[in-house]
Each structure stands twice: as C-alpha cells, then as structure tokens.
Design a protein around this ligand. Structure first.
Ligand SMILES: Nc1ncnc2c1ncn2[C@@H]1O[C@H](COP(=O)(O)OP(=O)(O)OP(=O)(O)O)[C@@H](O)[C@H]1O
Length: 614
C-alpha cells in the first residue's frame, strides 16, 4: 500500500481473502491477551450459551411425549394417568423454554462488558494511530470521511463479536445435534433433506450477500462523499458567504446526498429479494418434512408426536437459521467497515523513529542544515543541496520568492518529513536519528495563520505544555501583550475563541500563539511568516513581542516582508530550493544581488501604497 493514502477503499482482493484477513486482525480484540477477566467472561458466556442450547434441544422430546400421551384411549384411569404425564411434560417444556431464555439473558449480562471493551480499545487504537500519521496523510485526508470510517468500524466490532459467538457457533452445534437426533429417530432421508436444504440456504445467502456487499461498498463511498461535502462546506462558511455561493454549495451537497439515497434504496431492495429467496428455501423443507411425517403416520410407522417433534426441531432450527442470513449479511458488512478501519490503522507512518533512537538533548541549540535535498514527491526536488548554520542564540532569517522552499525548511526541522539526503543537526545531533517527539519538544513555532481549538483562551494558551498552571498561563499572556484584550473580554481567560479561533482578530490569534509558545518555552523558535497576514501597525506591535520571545533562543524567521527581518544576525536568500545569497542586511544590499533586487521592489511597492494612501 502506498504510504498515507488509506482514506480510499482497500485494494480489491478476493472478498473472502480480505474477510479472513480482517477476522484475523479482529481476534486480539475478541481475546485480549492482557485481560484475563474479559477472557473469563467470554468463556462463561459461551458456557451459558451451551447450557441454553442443550435445554432447547431436549424440549421437543417433552413436547412429543406430551402429544403421544394425549393420544391415549381406553378407561378413564388410563386417560387420567396419561393426562398427568402430558401435564408434567408440558410443564417441563414451558420451564425449559423459560430456563433457556434466562440463560440467554444471563449470557448477555456477562458478555456486555466484552463488547464494550473491544469497541473501546479499537477506537483508542485508531485515534492513537491517526495522530501519529505523517503530515502528508493529514493534508490529503477528508476529516468527515475518516470520522465516518471510525464510527462504522468501531460499531461493527460489537456486532461481530456477538454474532460470531452467540449465533454462528451455537447454530452450527445445533445443526449437528438435530442431524444426529433425526438420524437416530427417523433414518438418513430426513437428515439428508435437512442437510441439503441448509447447504442450499447457506450458498444462496452467500451468493446474494456477496452482490449486496458490493452495493453496500458503493453506498459507503457515496455516504462518505456526501458527508465530506457537508463538512468541507460548513468549515469554509466564510468563503461560501464571500462568494455568495450558498446555492452552489447546496447543489453540490444535494448531488452527493441524492447519489447516496439512490444507492441506499438499491441496497434495501436487494435485501427484500434475499428475504424472499431464503424464506422459499426454508418453507420448502418444512413442507417436505411435514409431509414425510404424515406419510409415515399413515403407514403406522410414525406417531402424531413425531410430526410435532420434527416440526418443533425445524422451527427451532430455522429461527437462528433465519437469523443466519441477517447475521451473515451483518458480518460481511461489518467486515467491509472494519477492513476500511484497519486500513486506517495500517496506514504506513512515513516518519518513524529508528529502533532505540535516543531523545534529542539540547544544551547549545545550534542548527545545521548539511547538504539537504528534499522533495515532497519523487519527481520534484524542492530543496537542492541546502547548507546553512544558525549558531546557538542567534537569529537567521530565510527570505526568497514564493515557492522557493522556505516553509519546507520549517517542516523538515520539525521532522514532519525526513530529507532525501543530507542531515539536519540540532546541537550536533542528526534529528533523523533522534526521537521525533524530543525534536518537536525543543522547537516552538508561530505560524502565519495560527489555528486555535474551539475552547477557552486559557485552554489554548495552556496547550503549550501539558502541566502548565494558572500562573504560567497568566505570565505568558502578560509577556505576549494579551492582557489588554483579556481584561476587555467579559469572561477573561475563560472566553471561548470560536471554531479555529475565528472570534479573535488575526493579531490576537498570533498573540495567543506567542503565549502558547512562551508556555512551551523551547530553546529553538520558528517564525513562519508570523506577521505577514497582519496590517502594518499590528505587525509592528507583534514584531516587538516576537523579539522579546526570540531573546535567548535560536531563531529561524521565515519572512516575506524583508523589513521585518532586516536586523537578523544573518539572512539567507533561497531561490528554487538553493541558497543564492547569505549575509547581514547591509552586506546583502551592497552585494546588489537577488536580495537587493527584492528590497528595492518592496520599497517601491511601499512607496506606491503610501502615495495611494495620500
Ligand atoms: N505537501 C506538499 N506536497 C507537495 N508539494 C508541496 C507541499 N507543500 C509545499 N509544496 C510545494 O513545495 C514548494 C515549496 O513550498 P514552500 O511552502 O516551502 O514555499 P515557500 O517558499 O514557503 O513559499 P511561500 O512564500 O509562498 O509560502 C512549492 O512549490 C509548493 O507548491
């Protein structure tokens, strides 16, 4: 499987092979190695199933006995004796039914926890995995579709456990037991007829269900697409409004939703066909078996009790068999849903820690890019043999035309990707050989557009460190010059910031991002065009705060507006992924190269803007 592309359907293997693979993956959840308590619950509930089945299998004997006793004729005493026997047998029959129901429910109580725990641990596994997947996966995923896959997959596990243990296994046992009982009481003909019917039933059910599975897959895909359209459209509500595109969005959503509704209808209709075919097969056997009993009775070989006996067994057998069709369908569908979810779990993690990789230890936070070559895709190189050094405690500015690869430097430093060749060293250690968590822990970032959680200001600031207390959060807010805003807001630190922080202005969001980074207190700081989305006045204010943030830290500042980084200790100019120039602002200006050209151009633009302003 190509890395990080799991949101699409699984590759087309034969359905059975895929089903078995999924079932094998599912076994550890069914029989958790680290939880003997749950395994005991499964054993006990299976025991209860067997007891309930044994009771059920003995019932037709009582029923037959009662009917045969009622056929007694002769003296009043004989009839009265027969009535007593029939009465006792009928009582035993009813008691048996009740006992079997009791055990079935007891089994549910014992088993409930197993299903819940299996669902829980599967959901936890998927969530754990999703957050560890690479940036590439998250950039290409569709959030709505992924949540739907998880929801369907985790729901299936409970159903699968239940059906496998309490329907398929006991029904198989019942089938064998009924076969033996029929053989001992009536000979091989009835056994053969029952066996053939069951085989025909299973094969037809399987055949129709395979076809239905394809329909279901189509339906799932269309459902995911409709949900994706809805989520994407709602997330972009601002853009929709800017372009007055409400109707366009409605049409797009409606198109997807209608396609889903059509597929769902097709799937439902195919279900009706399956039910009719199944019922036809089972009723044919019922008719044959009953006629066989009547024929035997007419020849004096069988009693009325035998007719009731056969009838009761077949009725009992068909109840779970009737369900077997539904169970088979549910299991097939569950397998499809779970296969999709397991493929999410199996998505290859692009950036992995090497076994036994040490944690990055930062004493002197120097950064070295040593001949780094990198491309997001094999056919396009973004950084081409890039080398530069940022001494500990200094500030390096990275400038260059759009698309030159500036932000790519930030992503590589964070180890969102590993370089194709070359090394990135922090304090002399190759970050590709260190634990990625430790690399990320040593770097703080203020991106161009900070996205906040839909929670309180305090929550968003405290997010910088797991153990941040109130004092730390307050101090960070003060240092990030957030206090005037917080004092203005009615709920202070407890103010909700809205989805993705939309209730705050761009400058305010950047201040929250700065406060969050102050809470993290990393030795290395990355400013990725941190002020380029702001107006000039807010930019100046935030730049002041950023300078305070950068004090004492090794800083890489990626910038679009050269004036914001003119005082950096060193500036490198990137062009098409290669280092074109490097030096201080004045050195670069006097060199008259790309930097001087960009500087002159931006100065010209500023003058034009000022003239328009006048
Ligand atoms: N995830 C990605 N997959 C494929 N290509 C990408 C990806 N991210 C960026 N690129 C491409 O890599 C090139 C460099 O991108 P990068 O974001 O590093 O440029 P930049 O110099 O920061 O540009 P800007 O100043 O416009 O932000 C661009 O051509 C971009 O299209």
């Amino acid at each position: 499987m190509p890395p990080d592309t799991a949101t699409s359907d699984r590759p087309t293997k034969p359905v059975d092979a895929e089903g078995w693979i999924t079932l094998k993956r599912f076994l550890p959840y069914l029989w958790p190695a680290d939880n003997p308590g749950l395994r005991m619950r499964i054993v006990v509930s299976m025991g209860l199933v067997l007891i309930a089945k044994a009771v059920i299998l003995s019932l037709p004997f009582a029923y037959k006995g009662a009917v045969n006793a009622m056929e007694a004729s002769g003296a009043a005493q004989e009839i009265s004796d027969a009535a007593q026997v029939a009465m006792a047998l009928v009582a035993a029959y009813v008691l048996g039914r009740f006992t079997s129901l009791l055990f079935d429910n007891l089994r549910n109580v014992v088993f409930e926890r197993v299903g819940q725990m299996a669902t829980l641990s599967l959901a936890e596994d998927v969530f754990h995995r999703l957050h560890r997947l690479s940036l590439r996966f998250h950039l290409s995923r569709r959030t709505g579709e992924v949540t739907k896959i998880i929801e369907r997959g985790t729901k299936s596990i409970d159903m699968m456990l239940y059906f496998l243990l309490f329907n398929i296994a006991p029904t198989a046992i019942e089938l064998i037991a009924v076969g033996v009982i029929f053989y001992l009481n009536f000979g091989w003909e009835l056994v053969a007829a029952t066996a053939l019917t069951v085989i025909a039933y299973i094969l037809t059910t399987r055949w129709i269900t395979e076809w239905r599975t394809k329909l279901r897959r189509e339906m799932n895909d269309l459902d995911g697409q409709a949900l994706h359209r809805a989520v994407d459209s709602l997330l972009n509500f601002e853009t929709v409004k800017y372009f007055g595109a409400e109707t366009r969005e409605e049409q797009r959503y409606s198109g997807a939703a209608r396609a889903y509704a059509k597929a769902a209808l097709k799937s439902e209709n195919s279900l009706a066909l399956l039910n009719v075919v199944q019922s036809g097969i089972t009723n044919a056997l019922m008719a044959g078996a009953m006629m066989y009993s009547v024929w035997g009775w007419s020849k004096g070989e069988l009693t009325v009790g035998d007719l009731v006996f056969v009838n009761t067994y077949l009725m009992q057998l068909f109840r779970p068999l009737d369900l077997l069709g539904w169970v088979y369908r549910t299991i097939r569908q569950g397998l499809v849903d779970m296969a999709q979810m397991f493929s999410l779990i199996d998505t290859e993690v692009e950036v992995e820690d090497k076994p036994g990789a040490p944690a990055l230890k930062v004493g002197e936070p120097s950064i070295i890019f040593d001949n780094v070559t990198f491309g997001y895709d094999d056919d396009r190189t973004i950084l081409n043999g890039l080398s530069f050094e940022v001494p500990a405690g200094s500030t390096l500015a990275v400038v260059g035309p759009s698309g030159a690869g500036k932000s790519t430097i930030a992503r590589l430093l964070f180890r969102f990707y590993d370089p194709g060749s070359g090394r990135i060293l922090i304090d002399g250690q190759d970050i590709a050989q260190c634990q990625q968590d430790s690399v990320r822990a040593s770097i703080g970032i203020v991106p161009q557009d900070s996205v906040l959680f839909n929670d309180t200001l305090a929550y968003n600031i405290a997010y910088g460190a797991e153990d941040a207390d109130e004092t730390t959060v307050e101090q960070a807010a003060r240092d990030a010059a957030l206090m005037p805003l917080i004092e203005r807001l009615g709920d202070g630190f407890e103010t909700m910031v809205g989805e993705r922080g939309l209730k705050l202005s761009g400058g305010e969001k950047q201040r929250v991002a700065i406060a969050r980074t102050l809470v993290k207190n990393p030795p290395i700081l990355l400013l990725d065009e941190a002020t380029s989305a702001l107006d000039t006045r807010t930019e100046q204010e935030i730049l002041g705060t950023l300078k305070r943030l950068a004090r004492g830290r090794t800083t890489i500042a990626i910038a679009h507006r050269l004036s914001t980084v003119a005082d950096a200790d060193r500036i490198i100019v990137l062009d098409h992924g290669t280092l074109r120039e490097s030096g201080t602002h004045s050195e670069l200006l006097s060199r008259g190269g790309l930097y001087a050209e960009m500087w002159a151009q931006q100065a010209q633009e500023n003058r034009e803007v000022e003239e328009i302003g006048e």
